[in-house]
Write a protein that binds this ligand. Structure first.
Ligand code: FAD
Length: 427
């Protein structure tokens, strides 16, 4: 077996792994840094939705960091390869070139997440799927055609984006959600407005009902049953969240924490010296509460990866906590969710209340049939104090600078009234 002796071995080539490898090399140019990645290229997962919408996109249009670029940074990529096991002597990986043993001084685990599919009857039928990789996205995109009846289970951001993308290709789409549309990022009344927008775009929505059973005929899906309702389906996509892919860490005997994610501290250090973890496989610390949490989003994967990478070569990077910042344009509709949502605040034990905001500036970005109701913004405030802990806006443009300014207000324990300076008055 070929033996490679490296300073840093990074496992996983998503945003956390790439950020870790590049940061390690940047801080310590003489270090030998290897990145083992099971996929052929490195990309951001919004490319998955982009491919469903436009299957003709080429690799160059979805790749954010190709292996050649990594080589230019001095990182050695081992693509289409999998680290099978890690023990006290090193790691064993298998790829197109056979097996390789790695000796390393530091290890960064960036193995990402895996789709969570609730244990419902029929989830194993043909035509029932979840999607995370580009390969899976291409396969799914080839099955979407005009008139196909598609059920998307889960109305988080990924589910809503998959539903809208499939609808734009002529699919007859129904979302089934046990809570309400976009509840993962928006609180009522914004989530109600989100439901109206998604329905108005032509996607059917069943809210407040959990899928109990997937129905099938001859081994193939034929529909879903949710709270007594029955929806016919040729395809079912589960977009019901992710769980950490912490198998390697568990086998190594590392401590696991929230939702089984790899336990990490403010340096992204795991319970074993010389082993770091970042991204969807690991916990992070929430800045508002100082508590550990599990937040599988790309921006935090990238930030965590940078910290792990710097520390893997002897750096002293630390963070006090992360604040979630999701601000995007979903099919022309601006959506922003910063800091804690009501659901997150409850999970972290923070008493909170919503405060509707009156936006004083900026034209709304809503479809014509919703113009009269205009966009809405909401602050989440810690109960008993007027501390701003979260901010949400839908249908209102929010510049990058403004969103970072609001994140700063949350980080510095500012009062909700300080939002007035940014054009939002608490009503
Ligand atoms: C459809 C979809 C849309 C999304 N959209 C957004 C968005 O718009 N904005 C946002 O912030 N976040 C988004 N996310 C979430 C975001 O993509 C993740 O938070 C981010 O990719 C996590 O990065 P990561 O590096 O931790 O893991 P991943 O991106 O999952 O990468 C981990 C990689 O490691 C590989 N791997 C695992 N085990 C091994 C092993 N043993 N050996 C070698 N390789 C291994 C995996 O195959 C994978 O390629 C989306 C997710 C999905 C599924």
């Amino acid at each position: 077996m070929r033996l490679e002796s490296v300073d840093v071995l990074v496992v996983g080539g998503g945003p956390a792994g790439v950020a870790a490898a590049v940061s390690a090399k940047g801080r310590s140019p003489d270090a030998r840094v290897a990145l083992v990645s099971s996929e052929p290229t490195h990309y951001m997962r919004p490319a998955v939705t982009a491919l469903i919408e436009d299957p003709s996109l080429g690799e160059d249009q979805i790749t954010s960091f190709d292996p050649v670029k990594l080589l230019e940074f001095g990182v050695e990529p081992f693509t289409r390869a999998k680290v099978l096991e890690v023990d006290s002597d090193g790691a064993r990986a298998r790829g197109p070139w056979g097996e390789v043993a790695f000796e390393f001084s530091s290890l960064v685990l960036a193995t990402g997440g895996k789709p969570f599919v609730p244990p419902v009857e029929g989830a194993g039928l043909d035509g029932v799927t979840s999607v995370r990789t580009i390969r899976e996205a291409r396969r799914l995109a080839s099955k979407i055609s005009p008139g196909i009846r598609l059920v998307v289970v889960g109305a988080g951001l990924a589910g809503v984006k998959l539903a809208l993308a499939s609808h734009s290709r002529g699919a007859d789409v129904t979302i089934v959600e046990m809570k309400n549309v976009l509840w993962t990022v928006l609180d009522p009344p914004l989530s109600d407005l989100a439901g109206q927008i998604v329905r108005g775009a032509g996607v059917k929505v069943i809210e407040g009902r959990a899928v109990e059973r997937i129905l099938g005929e001859n081994g193939r899906v034929s529909g879903v049953e949710a709270g007594g309702a029955r929806v016919e389906a040729d395809l079912v996509i589960f977009a019901t969240g992710v769980r950490p892919n912490s198998r390697l860490a568990e086998e190594m005997g590392l401590e696991l924490g929230v939702r089984g994610a790899v336990r990490t501290d403010e340096r992204m250090a795991t319970s074993r010296e010389g082993v770091w973890a970042a991204g969807d496989c690991a916990e992070t610390i929430d800045l508002v509460t100082g508590k550990r949490t599990y937040r599988p989003i790309g921006s935090l994967a990238y930030l965590g990866g940078r910290i792990a990478g710097v520390n893997s070569v002897g750096g002293r990077a630390r963070y006090a906590g992360f604040i979630r910042r999701q601000a995007e344009d979903v099919k022309g509709i601006h959506l922003a969710s910063l800091g804690l949502t009501g659901a997150e605040a409850s999970a972290l034990g923070v008493p909170h209340e919503p405060v509707e905001l009156k936006p004083s500036r900026g034209p709304p970005s809503l479809p014509w049939w919703l113009h009269r109701s205009a966009g809405r913004a909401l602050a989440l405030v810690e109960k008993g104090t007027d501390r701003l802990i979260g901010f949400q806006a839908l249908g209102l443009p929010l510049s990058r600078r403004k969103s970072y300014a609001i994140v700063r207000l949350i980080a510095t324990r500012a009062s909700v009234s300080e939002l007035e300076l940014l054009g939002y008055s608490p009503s």
